[in-house]
Design a protein around this ligand. Structure first.
Ligand code: SF4
Length: 373
């Protein structure tokens, strides 16, 4: 089983922490959708006949597309992959786009398989939204969720960001309370990180914005893990929490090393042996696709790189790293674990999992376990 990711590279406003690829000008939107439609045909052989299980519209801001544009992309995928075996079609949406009309339009796409919305809430407090330069208000955030729930979308996830200097622990606790009171079945929650060359990076360096406090981030991550567990959510991946059975299938497949095809500017693809990524430039992408050439760069993965990807992603999940996985042949786990603090992990029947303490250092622990190329 495989997935398709579609990158919609347009946003209304630049969030100050964001380093994804997007354009603030919508003038090329129609042309870009046409290019994606063409790329669907050009990339047909990439997944080697594997059945498609999930489709994910990410960005950027996919909710800037008209319902007809989303529909045409879905129809083209269905025509190209007649053996499709769909379980999940997700679309990312920003609260300020989710007007009553828009939610009605998106509801009409349920007939075309759309069954999950991912809403970029980030916070239910205006001070945080202002600090991040989000385009919506706290009031719009709650109203959008209610509208989506009333429209009957059963599968819903929201993004929340912690560690924002404007957010004391009490405000973070309120965000978590609001989330559980709204009965949202799935949450992705990330620490605010300051990526190089973002507005946030510049503003902190020039004193225009307060810096991020690492101790606050650590504390709020602990609050998140504790609160979500007390409300019955499973932390099935370090940044992802779901009520029982409500896991994101598309993302879980990434972490399990399944194949996926990425369409659109900057989209990444993976077929088990290599990764490739499309050019992160709308104009170059459109021009190249018009000439029937997918503009990508590719990296072929060595067996050690494939094993290390498995170590990195599996350790972040509640299913852990299974030493009997085919990518870890001859792996000496005991030797690799010798330098790691024992309270950071549990090793049970050949499966290594991180404890709550260990989850704070997941990337560092994974790096300790890596195989040398
Ligand atoms: S809406 Fe999403 S993709 Fe666009 S700037 Fe904000 S965080 Fe980045």
């Amino acid at each position: 089983m495989a997935g398709i990711y579609i990158h919609i590279p347009f946003c209304k406003q630049a969030c100050h922490y964001c380093n994804f690829y997007f354009s603030l000008s919508l003038t090329q939107k129609a042309e870009l959708v046409n290019a994606i439609l063409k790329e669907i045909g050009l990339s047909k052989g990439y997944l080697d006949g594997e059945a498609i299980e999930t489709i994910y519209f990410g960005g950027g801001t996919p909710s800037l597309l008209a319902a007809d544009e989303i529909k045409s992309i879905l129809e083209s995928i269905y025509r190209t992959y007649p053996d499709i075996s769909l379980k999940e079609v997700t679309l990312e949406a920003n609260p300020d786009d989710l007007t009553a009309d828009k939610v009605r339009e998106l509801s009409s796409l349920r007939a075309y398989g759309l069954n999950r919305l991912s809403i970029g809430i980030q916070s239910f407090h205006d001070a945080d939204l202002l600090y991040m330069n989000r385009a919506h208000s706290a009031q719009e955030a709650s109203a959008a969720i209610k509208r989506v729930q009333d429209s009957g979308f059963e599968h819903l996830t929201i993004d929340l960001i912690y560690g924002t200097p404007t957010m004391p622990d009490e405000a973070w606790y309120e965000n978590l309370q609001t989330t559980s009171e709204l009965h949202i079945p799935h949450i992705s929650s990330y620490a605010l990180t300051v990526e190089p060359k973002t507005y946030l990076d510049k503003h902190i360096k020039t004193g225009k914005a307060d810096p991020v406090d690492e101790a606050q981030t650590v504390r709020q991550f602990d609050m998140l893990m504790g609160y979500m567990a007390s409300c019955g959510y499973e932390q099935y991946e370090i940044s992802n929490y779901a009520l029982p059975g409500k896991y994101a299938i598309h993302n879980t497949n990434y972490w399990r090393g399944k194949k996926y095809l990425g369409l659109g500017p900057s989209a990444h693809s993976y077929n088990g042996q290599s990764r490739r990524w499309n050019v992160a430039n709308n104009q170059q992408y459109i021009k190249s696709i018009k000439e029937s050439i997918i503009p990508y760069q590719i990296e072929h993965l060595t067996p050690a790189q494939q094993a290390n990807e498995y170590i990195m992603t599996s350790l972040r999940t509640m299913w852990g790293m299974d030493i009997s996985d085919f990518r870890l042949t001859d792996y000496d786990l005991k030797k690799s674990l010798s330098g790691i603090e024992p309270s950071f992990y549990i090793l049970d029947d050949g499966v290594l999992k991180l404890t709550q303490k260990g989850r704070h250092f997941a990337d560092r622990i994974a790096a300790e376990l890596f195989i040398e190329d």
